[in-house]
Design a protein around this ligand. Structure first.
Ligand code: ATP
Ligand code: MG
Length: 233
């Protein structure tokens, strides 16, 4: 059986800092998300949204408790944690090589699986002058992914999440205005994933993303100031 079987997430009094002698950037964050729910995270710039996504994957120093599918995070091997929960950062870094190497770095999947994931993520519908015509598994990716727009890089990262069948997806939406077509592709593939019971935490910059959410978390200066249904806020 694969862990985690569900996308349940429980966070208790989570605090975080970037270095041992640095200031806390998150304070006593507590919330619970059930499998299949979609949570929008909003707040001013610097309020701690990206820090929360990093804290949930133990990429920065944390105190407090996090449970994935009922298992406390300190009992989960870091590699297992980071390979089963997908974080799509605000500006994904890609490896230089091919699209295939980026979606399947350890060569674990066959072409049919990879192509299905690219199709689900909407990668085939992308237009890009910088990658030359039709997108395939062999499309070259420049170091850092600089031949793709930030939105397109996020779509590629989403394809990786679909290949791994992550039960929990954390998306830090790009702040730089993503064009309408790219955003529509991201939103459509996310809806498909949600239909499969995937839990989605989205750092949101667009009103539409929040209105669609089951719950909205408002952060201010590293604390939760509101958490509830969008209609109640
Ligand atoms: P934005 O909407 O601009 O993306 P955000 O809500 O994601 O903002 P964070 O990036 O989480 O904000 O920043 C929260 C706090 O953490 C800020 O005070 C910021 O200065 C600090 N911080 C962010 N990244 C680092 C870092 N790499 N090292 C030290 N402090 C950091
Ligand atoms: Mg951020």
């Amino acid at each position: 059986a694969y862990w985690p079987a569900s996308g349940d997430l429980k966070v208790e009094k989570l605090s975080a800092r970037y270095s041992l002698d640095g200031p806390r950037v998150l304070h006593d964050i507590s919330f619970e998300v059930r499998s299949g729910e979609r949570v929008g995270i909003v707040g001013r710039t610097g309020s701690g949204k990206s820090s929360l996504t990093l804290a949930l994957l133990q990429c920065i120093i944390t105190e407090g408790k996090v449970y994935y599918d009922g298992i406390p995070i300190d009992r989960i091997n870091l590699d297992a944690l980071r390979s089963s929960i997908t974080l799509i950062p605000q500006v994904p870094e890609l490896l230089s090589g091919t699209l295939r190497q980026n979606v399947d770095p350890f060569q674990q999947y066959d072409d049919a699986t990879l192509n299905d994931a690219l199709r689900s993520a909407g990668l085939f519908s992308l237009q890009s002058n910088t990658i030359g015509g039709r997108v395939t598994l062999d499309t070259p990716i420049a170091s850092g992914g600089t031949n793709l727009s930030v939105g397109q890089r996020q779509i590629l990262a989403l394809a990786r999440a679909i290949v791994r069948q992550s039960k929990l997806l954390i998306l830090d939406e790009a702040t730089s205005a993503i064009d309408y077509a790219t955003d529509a592709v991201i939103q459509a593939s996310l809806r498909q994933e949600l239909d499969k019971g995937v839990t989605l935490l989205t750092v949101a910059h667009r009103l539409q993303t929040i209105m669609d959410a089951d719950k909205v978390m408002v952060l201010d200066a590293g604390r939760i100031v509101e958490f509830g249904k969008p209609s109640e806020l």
